[in-house]
Design a protein around this ligand. Structure first.
Ligand SMILES: [Zn+2]
Length: 284
C-alpha cells in the first residue's frame, strides 16, 4: 500500500492516481485569513497557527496511525473578515467567494478520488462558512466524507487544558490574546513584539461576550474597530511560550483525532427516494 508524503502538492500525478486507490486517505485543508492582531503580532497569525497545528497533526497521524494516511493541502490563506478592513493589511474574500473557493477545491479533490476531506479552520469568522463548504461537498458528492472543525481547541479535553493553564480572566482569550500570542511565541518568538502587547477586553455582559472557544448567546459583530482600539480582544500580556507549547501539542492531538475520524467514518450516500422502484419496508 502506497504511503503519501505530508504535502499534497509534493506528489506527482502518477503518485496521486495510485494513492486515490486507497479508501482511507484524508486531505486536510487549513483555512485562515490575513488580519490585524494587535500592535504585537503579525497579520499572518491565523495562517501561521493553523498551518502549524495542521502540519503537526498530519505528521502525528501518519506516524502513529495504521491504516489511514493524511496529506496536507495548501492553506486557504484568505478568508472572510470584512469587519476588520479598518485595520491596514487585512484581506477579505466575499463570503460566497470564500465558500465557493473551498467548494471548488473539494470538487477538484473528489474528481481525483480524494473525497475524505477535513477542513481545519483557524479564524473565527470563517466558522459558519467552512461548515457550509463541507456540507455542500457532501451534498454534491454523496459518498464523500467532508468535515470541518470550525475552530481549534474545542473538545472537552482541550477546553480543560485552556482552563488549567490560563492566567487571564474571562474574556482574556479571543483575538491576539493570551492564547494566540502564546502559540505564536511557541512557534516564532522573534516575530512577536511583546513590549507592544496591550490588554483590551470589551464591555462584555451575559448576552454578548467572547472567550475561546465560546461566545455569548447573542451574535453581535460590528466593525472590529468599534470594539477594540488596538485590535486586541483579550489579554496577550500574560502569554508565554511555555503555555503555547502545551496548547500547540493539545491542538495537534485534537486535530489528529479529527483526521482519524475522517479516515474511518463509513460513507453515508443515502438514497434518493424519488425512485419508485426501490423496495421500501412497510414496517409490517
Ligand atoms: Zn487570530
Amino acid at each position: 500500500m502506497i504511503e503519501p508524503r505530508t504535502d499534497y502538492g509534493s506528489h506527482t500525478w502518477l503518485e496521486l492516481r495510485e494513492l486515490a486507490q486507497r479508501d482511507d486517505v484524508v486531505v486536510v485543508i487549513p483555512a485562515a485569513t490575513l488580519e490585524d492582531h494587535g500592535y504585537h503580532l503579525p497579520i499572518d497569525t491565523d495562517v501561521r497557527l493553523i498551518e502549524a497545528i495542521a502540519r503537526g497533526a498530519v505528521e502525528r497521524f501518519n506516524a502513529e496511525s495504521t491504516p489511514g494516511a493524511a496529506m496536507l493541502f495548501p492553506t486557504a490563506v484568505h478568508g472572510y473578515t470584512p469587519h476588520h478592513m479598518d485595520f491596514p493589511g487585512t484581506v477579505s474574500l466575499r463570503w460566497n467567494v470564500f465558500v465557493e473557493s473551498l467548494l471548488d477545491c473539494g470538487r477538484s479533490l473528489c474528481r481525483h478520488g480524494f473525497d475524505r476531506i477535513l477542513i481545519l479552520n483557524g479564524h473565527g469568522s470563517n466558522a459558519p462558512l467552512v461548515d457550509i463548504a463541507a456540507r455542500l461537498i457532501n451534498v454534491e458528492h454523496r459518498a464523500a466524507v467532508a468535515m470541518a472543525s470550525t475552530l481549534y481547541l474545542t473538545t472537552p479535553e482541550s477546553v480543560e487544558s485552556l482552563a488549567a493553564e490560563r492566567s487571564s480572566e474571562a474574556g482574556g482569550m479571543s483575538h491576539a490574546c493570551e492564547l494566540e500570542t502564546s502559540l505564536y511565541l511557541a512557534l516564532a518568538p522573534e516575530q512577536v513584539q511583546m513590549d507592544k502587547a496591550v490588554k483590551e477586553i470589551p464591555d462584555w455582559n451575559e448576552n454578548v461576550w467572547s472567550d475561546w472557544p465560546g461566545a455569548g448567546p447573542l451574535s453581535y459583530m460590528p466593525h472590529w474597530s468599534g470594539l477594540t482600539e488596538s485590535g486586541v480582544m483579550g489579554d496577550p500580556t500574560v502569554a508565554t511560550a511555555e503555555k503555547g507549547r502545551v496548547w500547540l501539542k493539545r491542538a495537534r492531538a485534537e486535530a489528529a483525532g479529527f483526521i482519524a475520524e475522517a479516515a474511518s467514518r463509513p460513507r453515508a450516500p443515502g438514497a434518493d427516494h424519488h425512485q419508485t422502484d426501490r423496495r421500501v419496508s412497510s414496517g409490517r
